[in-house]
Write a protein that binds this ligand. Structure first.
Ligand code: WTA
Length: 640
């Protein structure tokens, strides 16, 4: 395949070239795409100064990303399977859709969107389960130049409304129901609730997925199948500028509401294709399966855009790893002869807990490459994945990246870069990571540890946070001058390999879901009996991190004491989504605060980790007795 590295030597050479002359390096890769007009310059950027950050790739070039998925690939791949859709219930029918068929559906839906007035630059919120109509809707938006804002279908009505309002989306695309394992969820009712607080939305397009009865409000609500009735699939793609927005995807940070990470057209396109082909070493005839939900960035980049741009066959799974039993992943691998399998460490850990026999009864002989993403993978999980799933013959790629980075930044190239458990290993070509001390000094050489930053732009990086450019600078560029701050700590070992140590800010990573502790606190505080709360992450065997909430309440009756924890959890579920419910709730009389009133989270984090032997400097504490009380009542065992 074009632009694919095939040896360690070649990687080292390409890496050097990409640093020495980034314009030449990315320009040559970009040459293999279809353009209406080529660029005047490859990159123009500054991270400091007025209106910073300013990052532009492939300046003034014109293209459409869907022409690079379809028109560019069709001559070779019209009848090749683009997506294999595996249903939630294995008794239901698998759908295999070719590039030719997918193209027709995308163009038809693009025309249907235009018919209800959607035009270039409009924001379209997509709140769908893992059904084929989800990538069809995304690509239809891209075809006409509308900006998709996909919202994970596990978010609550409140979170959905926030995202619709922030982006001022005028259309929402949803389904009647979502199926997840044995349960089904009435998505439309969540949308109805959200829309009570959204004035920008003119229409809701509803996919009939389960067919059960739902509330339907004409003329606002339109059935998907009615919308495309008699609509032609003749469609000419909108010509877009390289830097026109492709999508917005909301993600959590350490403060404030989730922000809309904005990605643009050409850079994201080139970066996802390049990283997909190289990290996963995709070859003709391979079947790639990424188990993420398309509602998160991993699904955007490595179920939809990366694979489809590359002309790959990509698997999309509607269900969950434990339905009908904990062998489902492996059954699907055998059924579709999956060659590359990409999942999250939390999924691996939860399957380890279910017992090896769910794996060993499957052949898994099609597998060539295994990948992980979303959180650090512990050595035990790595070994189980390598030995039991990969039969010790499949290289594991531990891929480190973020919603903001658009694609993988640090990872082995499968079968090429020698791996080491729990190391994301080396940066991809074009990526210039640095490790920075808390004081802002770039630590040169090997065997160093600190904050992970990137010092040169790459095509797939975020351009701004939607509607609030200063916030983008403040969040990612203001910590250290001229550096993109990732928010992760990392170490570079004696060989120059990178190991990601986890977040250094108030973001926690629960089962691969990124959650801001402040968001959870805000939600908890909405319970009428709650005065104040402090949320920290704590080590959780399966989820990686769990959510530990310390809460002060108004006086509770005996009856209230019995129900308060459940009520707090339900409040969080309602405001954010079930995945953000605290695992541990400790009711306390007071939180450890400094004299100036700041909560000393450091102490709470330590207690959550079960270690009170060294709480650091506590001389600024207003009332040291609260710490003692918290340790005594801790929900985990605490060493003193
Ligand atoms: C964490 C997911 C260790 C990290 C693609 C990052 C990882 C955050 C890894 C981004 C990895 C992701 N090893 N940690 N291989 N991959 N992370 O935006 O803390 O949902 O900052 O993007 O996940 O999460 P996000």
């Amino acid at each position: 395949m074009k632009n694919q590295i095939s040896s360690l030597q070649e990687y080292l050479k390409k890496y050097q070239e990409s640093v020495d002359d980034p314009k030449k390096f990315w320009g040559e890769i970009a040459d293999t795409f279809n353009w209406h007009k080529k660029w005047d310059d490859v990159v123009d950027w500054y991270f400091e100064g007025e209106d910073a950050p300013n990052v532009k790739w492939f300046l003034n070039a014109k293209l459409n990303i869907t022409e690079n998925i379809f028109e560019r690939n069709l001559p070779l791949r019209k009848d090749q399977i683009a997506i294999i859709w595996e249903p939630n219930d294995p008794k239901n029918e698998v759908i295999k859709i070719t590039y030719g068929e997918l193209f027709e559906k995308v163009k038809q839906f693009a025309n249907a969107l235009k018919n209800i007035g959607v035009k270039k630059g409009d924001r379209v919120a997509i709140y769908l389960p893992m059904v084929l109509e989800l990538p069809i809707a995304m690509l239809a938006c891209a075809r006409i130049g509308a900006i998709h804002s996909v919202v994970f279908a596990g978010f609550s009505a409140n979170s959905l409304a926030d995202r619709i309002n922030d982006a001022k989306s005028n259309v929402v695309i949803t389904a009647d129901f979502a199926n997840r394992g044995p349960k089904s969820l009435n998505l439309k009712s969540i949308v109805d609730e959200a829309l009570q607080n959204c004035t920008s939305v003119k229409n809701t397009i509803v996919l009939k997925h389960n067919g059960e009865k739902i509330n339907f409000e004409s003329p606002r609500d339109i059935w998907w199948h009615d919308l495309i009735k008699n609509i032609s699939s003749e469609n000419i793609a909108e010509v877009m500028d390289s830097e026109d927005t492709l999508f917005i995807l909301y993600t959590s940070g350490s403060t404030g509401k989730p922000k809309g990470v904005l990605h643009t057209t050409a850079g994201y396109m080139i970066y996802t294709e390049y990283t997909f082909k190289n990290v996963f070493q995709y070859h003709e005839g391979d079947i790639f399966w990424c188990t993420a939900d398309i509602g998160w960035v991993t699904g955007h980049s490595y179920i939809v855009y990366g694979p489809l741009l590359s002309g790959a066959t990509t698997v999309m799974f509607e269900g969950i790893p434990t339905y009908p039993d904990a062998g489902r992943f492996w059954e699907v691998v055998d059924k579709h002869k999956v060659t590359q399998f990409y999942t999250a460490p939390t999924a691996i850990r939860s399957l380890i807990a279910q017992g090896d026999e769910f794996v060993t009864k499957h052949k898994l002989d099609s597998l060539k490459i295994l990948g992980t993403v979303g959180e650090p993978i512990n050595e035990e999980a790595w070994r189980w994945y390598h030995n039991l799933v990969g039969k010790s013959r499949c290289p594991i790629v531990d891929t480190w990246w973020q919603t903001e980075t658009g694609g993988i930044l640090i990872s082995p190239l499968a079968g090429i870069t020698p791996t080491k458990p729990s190391f994301a290993t080396l940066p991809l070509p074009g990526i210039q990571p640095v490790i920075v001390s808390p004081e802002g000094k770039i630590l040169e050489g090997n065997s160093v540890q600190g904050n992970l930053c990137i010092k040169y732009p790459w095509p797939g990086m975020l351009r701004t946070t939607y509607g609030d450019h200063p916030r983008c600078y403040k969040t990612y560029f203001s910590t250290y001058k001229n550096l993109y701050m990732t928010g992760d700590g990392a170490k570079r070992d004696e060989e120059g390999y990178y190991r990601i140590l986890g977040r250094v800010d108030d973001v926690i990573n629960v089962s691969g879901h990124r959650i801001g502790t402040a968001e959870v606190e805000d939600a908890i505080n909405q319970h009428k009996k709650v005065h104040e709360s402090a949320v920290v992450g704590y080590p959780h065997e399966i989820k990686g991190q769990g959510i530990y909430a310390y809460v002060t309440c108004a006086k509770l009756s005996d009856a209230e004491k019995l129900t308060i924890e459940k009520e707090i959890r339900d409040t969080v579920g309602k405001i954010i989504g079930s995945f953000a419910k605290p695992d541990l709730i400790q009711l306390v009389n007071g939180l450890p605060k400094t004299r100036s009133g700041k909560i000393m989270r450091r102490i709470l984090r330590k207690i959550g980790e079960g270690d009170a032997t060294n709480l650091g400097d506590i001389s600024t504490l207003l009332d040291p007795s609260v710490v003692e009380e918290i340790i005594n009542g801790a929900k985990v065992e605490v060493k003193r």
